[in-house]
Design a protein around this ligand. Structure first.
Ligand SMILES: [Zn+2]
Ligand SMILES: [Zn+2]
Length: 262
């Protein structure tokens, strides 16, 4: 299996100061075959503009692609916040540039993000909040076609005013199955986001039961990404994830050029 990191943020994202060159050097040091930068764009992220200066982003990364072309494959991607309140804005933003790969992620629902427990979670039980998150994810994957893989499928497990933030996936398995089936039908994939190994001290997210379910339902499009916002995390835990992919039965990870699978 090819060693890739298909989820990385740099100073072009509002929440990172990382220099893309440092990411590349770390990726080469770790022996990765291919990387993809996926800086953030969200429409109306509450309290913080998650804007992306796509022209400057492409200009900088094209130069780095050229400089390192003999050493590592570098793709230019995007982590697009999916939000059914901004369908036209999102589609036209993605189509304006030649991204190689687009992660579709749910960071905001009804203009509430998840960091502040007083917002999205207010007045809801944990089960109600989690159900709403997965229902919204289903609606997004049904609505949007502009992405290649769904980002961090159970992202909600990071947040909420609970001692135990763990998601009981079985309670929402019907919705999760619909999400996975919709992705498969649209020839779209999932990523395993390895930030869970460090932040949640468990495994990547989603967990490998969900990856197994995606495989059993016929899904074959998978990537792995570290969600690095600093260069020291580039490539972290990628090999563990690849071993799990192999155990499940996948032959290789997917890579993309201009939003088409290589
Ligand atoms: Zn994200
Ligand atoms: Zn990210």
């Amino acid at each position: 299996m090819r060693k890739i990191d298909y989820h990385m943020h740099t100073c072009f994202s509002a929440d990172s100061n990382a220099n893309p060159r440092e990411h590349i050097l770390m990726a080469i040091e770790k022996g990765l075959d291919e990387i993809c930068f996926t800086d953030h764009k969200d429409f109306q992220y509450p309290g913080c503009p998650f804007d992306l200066d796509a022209d400057a982003y492409f200009y900088t990364l094209r130069q780095l692609q050229k400089e390192f072309e003999d050493q590592i494959k570098i793709k230019i991607g995007l982590e697009m916040g999916l939000d059914v309140e901004f369908i036209e804005d999102i589609n036209s933003f993605v189509n304006r540039h030649d991204y190689d790969y687009v992660i579709g992620s749910i960071h905001v629902i009804h203009q509430s993000e998840f960091y502040d427990p007083a917002l999205f979670f207010k007045g809801k039980s944990k089960a109600e909040a989690h159900r709403e998150f997965f229902m919204n994810t289903l609606k997004c994957v049904q609505t949007f076609d502009c992405f290649n893989c769904l980002g961090h499928l159970d992202y909600i497990c990071r947040y909420g005013p609970y001692d135990d933030k763990h998601v009981e996936h079985a309670l929402y398995q019907d919705i999760i199955d619909d999400i996975l089936k919709t992705l498969i039908q649209k020839d779209k994939g999932i990523e395993v986001n390895t930030s869970g190994y460090r932040d949640l001290k468990t495994c990547g997210f989603p967990n490998f039961d969900i990856v197994q379910r995606y495989y059993d339902l016929g899904g074959r499009v998978i990537t792995v990404g570290t969600d690095s916002h600093t260069s020291d995390r580039v490539g972290e835990h990628v090999e563990e994830v690849l071993k799990e992919y192999q155990r499940i039965g996948f032959e290789d990870v997917s890579t993309f050029t201009k939003r088409v699978r290589d």
